[in-house]
Design a protein around this ligand. Sequence first.
Ligand code: SF4
Length: 490
Amino acid sequence: MTEKCGVVGVSLDGRDAARPLYYALYALQHRGQESAGIVTHDGFQQHSHVEMGLVGDVFDEGDLDALNGSAGIGHVRYPTAGSVDDCCAQPFSVSFKSGSLGLSHNGNLVNAEEIRDELAGLGHAFTSDGDTEVIAHDLARNLLEADLVRAVKRTMNRIHGSYSLTISHDDTVLGVRDPRGNRPLCIGSVDDGYVIASESAAIDTLDGELVRDVRPGELVVLEPDGSGFDSYQLVEPDRTAHCFFEHVYFARPDSVIDEHLVYEVRRELGRKLWAESGVESDVVMPVPDSGRAFASGYAEAAAETTPTGEPREDEDGGPEFAEGLMKNRYVGRTFIMPTQDERERAVRLKLNPIKSTVEGKSVTLIDDSIVRGTTSTQLVDLLKDCGAAEVHMRIGAPPIVAPCYMGIDMATRGELIAADRSVEEIRDVIAADSLAYLSTDAVAEALTAERGDLCLGCVTGEYPYDIEGEETDRDVNRPDIGPESAAADD
Ligand code: SF4
């Protein structure tokens, strides 16, 4: 499972934006490792530096010095739509009759092809097959006929899917979040300006303060002199569809998303996992690093109550929390290994058990998810090889049964181990002594959200957007993309 993209926008009072953008992209590196880029505007012209690679490799001092201007946007990308090459690296930038435009996108449109075909028929020439360029062209066209706010609204009326955007129109920086708020986006303040970013950890990195989340359907326009921002609620959302996996897996634990600290959500999910499917064992251990917060919540709850919910008499009761698997941090992430065979070897390279923690013990191993099952199978095997008497697997999310169309490269249905297997069948495949997942209700409770305000597409197979060939979990249809309907409610 691969992260999506990270976006940022900055508007400062006279100070160059390039370095703050660079530091913010560093803080968002976990959201995309394929390419990185910054676009700035100095009041006269736009400057751009976008390349394939990690943030630290893409920019040197000279590159940052050349990115003049106190306003700009940045992007780290893991490809989710479009080719894996530099034609789709972002920010996408273009100059046109009404000025210059830069665009960074996190998410995935499900009707990009329709809009691309329509715009191509009107003479728009596309240089990439990504959906971000579709948004940029649509916005550029609307800016020829309408002011900035109305132009953004017209584009929002036409595009369908998941998007958190930072946009630069000359030296004005904007942030837009799709009407269902699928991807995170937040606003922060620094001493001399404002920041819009995918995650609040980027704002922390700039010594800034989180102001609030960008609301679903909201456009935020930063003042070019860094003095403040204006807000326009362009679409009134009926129900949201926040991606619950941001909290489970993608976001940094130190980020606050939709008013929840991700670390605390993960601990709470771990506590609920104990309440729903706790099993007595000698040791609770996380799969590093993703399972750590879940395991700490699980072990904490296990110290308070028995698996049946009775308070423990003995203060030292419950399993011991232990780090039993050591991670080799210098091995690449498994998802960049293209074949199944290489993926299997990568797991062995990455994690090594601590024998004294495992030998002769019953172990509960906690992870955030099981995608293909390869890692889980390897880990159970590793622990048993190391002398574990029993290995119980507990997962801090429901089974992933369907793919994601909103910007996460999660695997196809055929690759997902839970797509056509029961929990017992999966347990059998991974050879664990027991296996349990968290329920969707527990996820909603931990996020203090109604189930209907979350996207649960990959665990229910029902999506909050109108996706060809898939079920929806609400009354939702793709918009009519005709120009008249898009402009109808200007
Ligand atoms: S389908 Fe799953 S991963 Fe994709 S947006 Fe919805 S909850 Fe997130």
